[in-house]
Design a protein around this ligand. Structure first.
Ligand SMILES: NC(=O)C1=CN([C@@H]2O[C@H](COP(=O)(O)OP(=O)(O)OC[C@H]3O[C@@H](n4cnc5c(N)ncnc54)[C@H](O)[C@@H]3O)[C@@H](O)[C@H]2O)C=CC1
Ligand SMILES: C[N+](C)(C)CC(=O)CC(=O)[O-]
Length: 319
């Protein structure tokens, strides 16, 4: 029995690390009752710490009526987590076999018809749904870190997912305050990660070759194109590079010279030297700030950008 997306009250979050915990914080802030399960012995403590750390940002964003961190219940088994769930969000580690087994167990335990979404950042649902008794209700709902602040969710089904499960999930996420892209086919890396991974591939090559430091790479985005990307994507941004001729002139002008950068590089070898250079470079770039400091800084930054670009009411303008 599938509750209408607008009437859902109880959500289950399975796997409560960085992303599962972020989903828990998001759903609590939107006024849902949330039941969470994670097999790690210290999971509940970590989860409640994450929710507490996120709550100031969520309060600034505006809590839904009745929203409270007290509406989180952490349970001891997967079965208890989903027994009366009206929607299930799976956020377990990115390991194909583990996801396959977990989705099979969730499908066996959740009420019939309830949609089960995976936060996977890359596996096609077709590969994850192979052993589930009812694969028709399994979808990908790929979020961005932290799910309680970054609006986007990419929704896509697998070969054995029913179209109505994809439609239901997209509508549910919208009702729950997310910005949804519903994909009509499976694409490796979905959309945004495919783009991010291309950027990251180039960044890792530059670090490996000593062409740029970790800090220079980060500054090149935050002081450069990143400022535009918060409100205008790479396509329209580049259309403006063509002046009055727009994208057509941009392609005529720059297309031929872009062939080399488009085809030059393959995946970098993630050997120990590159691994160490990236980890140490991030420590240097953090310059004494802890992960908790950086999370708070990121949360403030995203809220400022959401306000500045009109996606949130400005503070002095309570609409
Ligand atoms: N970290 C990120 O930026 C993003 C991650 N994702 C996806 O979210 C999912 C979770 O990733 P993270 O939260 O980063 O990982 P994480 O390592 O922070 O959390 C994973 C959690 O799953 C728990 N876990 C381990 N075995 C489990 C099982 N059998 N069943 C349920 N839970 C289990 C662990 O105890 C841990 O708390 C992955 O599929 C990942 O690709 C998606 C978007 C962004
Ligand atoms: C690092 N990651 C590939 C897991 C990131 C994502 O999937 C989305 C994000 O938050 O950038």
């Amino acid at each position: 029995m599938r509750t209408a997306p607008e009437n859902v009250r109880r959500v289950a979050c399975v796997g409560a690390g960085v992303i599962g915990g972020g989903w828990v914080a998001h759903f609590l802030a939107r006024g849902y009752d949330v039941t969470a399960w994670d097999p790690a012995p210290d999971a509940e403590q970590k989860l409640r710490r994450l929710v507490d750390a996120a709550w100031p940002a969520l309060t600034q964003l505006g809590l839904a009526e009745g929203a409270s961190a007290d509406r989180l219940t952490v349970v001891a088994t997967l079965e208890e987590a989903v027994v009366d769930a009206e929607f299930v969000q799976e956020s377990a580690p990115e390991k194909l076999e583990l996801k396959r087994d977990l989705l099979t167990r969730l499908d066996a335990a959740a009420p019939a018809g309830v949609v089960i979404a995976s936060s996977t950042s890359g596996y096609p649902m077709t590969d994850m749904q192979t052993t589930a008794a009812d694969p028709s209700r399994l979808v990908v709902g790929h979020p961005f870190n932290p799910p309680y602040l970054i609006p986007l969710v990419e929704v896509v089904g697998g070969e054995r997912t029913a179209e109505d499960a994809v439609t239901w999930a997209s509508r549910f996420y919208e009702v729950a305050g997310k910005s949804v892209i519903t994909m009509n086919r499976e694409v490796p890396g979905f959309i945004a990660n495919r783009l991010q991974e291309a950027l990251w591939r180039e960044a890792l090559h530059m670090v490996a070759n000593g062409e740029a430091t970790v800090k220079e790479i980060d500054d090149s985005i935050t002081e450069g194109p990143g400022l535009r990307w918060a409100f205008m994507g790479p396509m329209l941004t580049f259309a403006l590079a063509g002046g009055e001729g727009g994208m057509a002139h941009m392609l005529d002008h720059f297309g031929p010279s872009l062939k080399s950068p488009w085809t030059r590089l393959e995946a970098p070898e993630l050997d120990k030297a590159l691994y160490d250079a990236v980890v140490e470079g991030c420590d240097e770039a953090a310059d004494g700030r802890t992960i908790a400091d950086l999370v708070a800084e990121r949360d403030r930054g995203v809220i400022d950008v959401l306000r500045a670009t009109g996606r949130l009411p400005r503070q002095e303008d309570p609409r």
